[in-house]
Every structure is written in structure tokens, then in C-alpha cells.
Write a protein of this length. Sequence first.
Length: 234
Amino acid sequence: MLRSQLNSIMQDALDFCGEHRFHLPPFATWSPQRWSAAGAESRALVAQQLGWDITDFGSGDYDRTGLFLFTIRNGEMGGAGGKTYAEKLLIVGEGQVTPIHFHWRKMEDIINRGGGVLVCRLWNRTADEGLADTPVTVTCDGVQRTVPAGGELRLEVGESITLEPGVYHTFWGLAGAGRVLVGEVSSVNDDRIDNRFHAPAGRFPAIDEDVAPLHLLTPDYPRFCAHLGAASCR
Ligand SMILES: [Fe+2]
């Protein structure tokens, strides 16, 4: 992705959050220079991979296959003690698909916080990590629901779905209903190691540096924040 495109997605996301009166934490608007000047008191931001995470999953077509995420809070997978939970903000466009995947360890609630309608398609996984043909049972806001393999559930504003580890899922915004502001509440998450995509997909984008970054993405931390212990995300 072009850095200029990533910058404009960030600005657009800040505007969309403002429309919905959702406020991101202070480090969301740190400049690259502010990150470079940060001291040891900010190490947790890097260790927990907090911040901007925008991806086209390697598709080259963000609007059709892509996702905006911002990690608001997180713990450290495999870390002793500390936070056991995570929270993200997602923005999902109409027809903007997140590819079919499951998580090895993360259990997540996906919540429609406002805007349009989120469509989720679900499968169980087979022993060899394929798509099973068995019905899928999930919980939506405390109520069990069962859909056939590859069946769809629509989340209207205020509704949520709980996804157990190992349940294949893909989602997008319903055409004609508008962009969706999505919340994610989950167990601790490490996107560098916890995603199993059904078809090969890149979790983080290749970046063409045509302009300077407006704000850093989490995959930028090794370049700008090595002094905070950032290691490569790829
Ligand atoms: Fe997921």
C-alpha cells in the first residue's frame, strides 16, 4: 500500500470516529518524531502492539479486501501475569471483505458499534484446517444461534457475536447500509502468530514510502522504535 493511502485512511478513520463520538487514546495521534523521542515508560505500547493496524491482506485492493484496525488495549501473549484481555476498534466498509480465517488462541466478540450492518460468514474447521460442512453454533449477545456451514449472520447496530478459537470467519459491511464502526473485545492477541487464513494472505501490508508517515502503524515500530524493544512484525 502507498504510505499516502495509509495516511488518508488514518485521517478518514479519525473523522469517522469523531462522527460516532468515539475517541482514540492519546498515542493514536503521536507523530513519528514523538515515537522516536519516547522513553522506557512507553515500552508497553510496543510490547503489546497497540496502535494503528491497516491492511489490504496483500490484495492490492484495500476497498474490496482490507480492514482498518486500531488496537486500544492488549496484554502479551505468553507473558506471565498482566492483562488477559484486548480491545480493538475496526472500521469495515460496504463490501470490504476480511478474508476467511480463524485464530489459534484468541477468543473474540465482534460488536457492531454503529453505522451499517456487519455480515459474518462462518464455518467449523476440519482436523486438517479445511472448511467443515457441519453446522456452526455461536453465541450472539447471550443467545445461541446455529447456521449451516458457510451460513451468514447479520449484526445490526448494538448486536455482537462471540467467536471461539478455531471457528473460521469472514465479514464485510452490507452493501447499501453504510460503513460499520466495529468493536472487538477479546483475549490477548498477537496478530504476528495467531491468524490462520484459509487461503494464503498477508496480515500486514507491504508499504511504498511515497510520503512520510502521518502516524505509525504497528509494523513500523521496528524501524522507529527499536529503542523500545520493537522486533520485526513480519
Ligand atoms: Fe478474527
